[in-house]
Design a protein around this ligand. Structure first.
Ligand code: MRU
Length: 367
């Protein structure tokens, strides 16, 4: 997608052909900064500290992290160690494990001398495939927006509500939940996006708003508690969110607060769609609430807020009283029964085992 007229992905190989460049998402929306990753530790830090985030981008960064690690040492032991370090960075998004398993399997089978070149090529393939997958999600999801547009009075925008950032910043390009929005926008369908701020890290207010703004898509940032009210008043035509891990039976784990939006959507008859690339499906588990590890992050993300002052300084302030305990659960699980449909790169399906297996029959042996 374009930033001030220049096309960007969220991760790419630097012109030196060795180091990897990313957009530092902790500095958005106030500062667009590109950061260079040169070692395994830098790649692991980028994921852990959320310079890169979003399930598909975490996977792509981990793949490049393996390539960076092998430049220093391409032995079996070093490969295993690199995968272990990267796998420990964040627990919930299954794309991380998926990308690392793919890299490990591919590279272990090769002679040590061929591994570095092969690792860069495989990481590039992971990234390129993500772009194609997200574009396909966009095409399939745009059909749902087109249908919603037909039910609106002519010229009235379709109102889409989204949570967190599942746009191009969360993937290599296009996004998952926002890909249908971008494709529908390209087609000229009038639309408007309600952007949940998504406390505590504000990925909606900082990242989704930034990328929609750069792309010229009409949008309004709302605090997290507004969605239910809007739905009661007919101001949301559909919800589309992303997911960090989807079980074989269609439960979806996504940014904290997604579940409450799904409940409100269900109560108000608003379609609730979840957009996902297939590497986000964990075919080994069924019950999302019981089986998906939920990341708990530092309490400072709850107690503190960071923003820009009127004179242009980035400052962090505390909003809670000193001494109050805080809890910071980063994700929650929305049961399949609250999901109207899943939007994948192969099409739209019911959020159920049979729905998913209908699109991915090759997984019948696993799921
Ligand atoms: O903690 P984050 O910012 O990595 O969480 C991101 C999300 O929850 C996204 O909605 C999810 O990764 C789907 S993105 C395509």
């Amino acid at each position: 997608m374009k930033v001030n007229g220049t096309a960007y992905r969220t991760i790419w190989l630097a012109p030196d052909g060795r180091t990897v460049e990313i957009i530092d998402q902790t500095r958005l929306p106030h500062d667009f900064a590109v950061v260079r990753l040169t070692t395994l530790d830098e790649a692991a830090h980028a994921i852990r500290a959320m310079l890169v985030r979003g399930a598909p981008l975490i996977g792509a960064t981990a793949a490049y992290g393996v390539a960076l690690a092998l430049r220093a040492n391409a032995s079996d032991a070093a490969l295993d160690q690199a995968c272990a370090v990267l796998n420990a960075t964040r627990p919930t998004a299954v794309n991380l494990r998926w990308a690392l398993e793919r890299m490990r399997r591919h590279l272990h089978a090769l002679p040590v001398a061929e591994r570095v070149t092969a690792a860069y090529a495989e990481a590039a393939a992971v990234a390129d495939e993500d772009v194609a997958i997200c574009r396909a999600i966009g095409e399939h999801g745009a059909a749902l927006i087109r249908e919603a547009a037909k039910r609106k009075p002519p010229g009235e925008p379709v109102h889409v509500l989204t949570h967190c950032n599942a746009g191009w910043l969360a993937t290599v390009d296009w996004g998952t939940a926002l890909a249908p929005v971008y494709v529908a926008f390209e087609e000229g369908i009038p639309l408007h996006v309600w952007v949940d701020e998504t406390r505590p890290r504000n990925q909606g207010a900082s990242l989704t708003a930034w990328e929609l703004n750069k792309h010229g898509v009409p949008h309004t940032v709302i605090v997290d508690n507004v969605g239910g009210h809007l739905m009661q008043h007919g101001q949301v035509d559909l919800c589309i969110v992303g997911t960090d891990r989807t079980t074989a039976s269609g439960d979806v784990c996504n940014k904290i607060g997604t579940y409450l939006k799904a409940l409100a959507a269900h109560d108000n008859g608003v379609p609730f769609y979840v957009a996902l690339p297939s590497p986000t499906i964990d075919w080994c588990i069924d019950d999302g609430v019981k089986e998906i590890p939920i990341e708990e992050r530092h309490g400072a993300e709850v107690t503190d807020l960071t923003g820009i002052t009127k004179d242009g300084r980035i400052e962090t302030i505390r909003v809670t009283p000193e001494g109050s305990d805080v809890a910071n659960f980063a994700f929650d699980v929305t049961p399949a029964r609250l999901v109207s449909a899943l939007i994948t790169e192969r099409g739209v399906c019911p959020a159920s085992r049979e729905g998913l297996l209908g699109l991915f029959p090759e997984q019948r042996a696993v799921a």
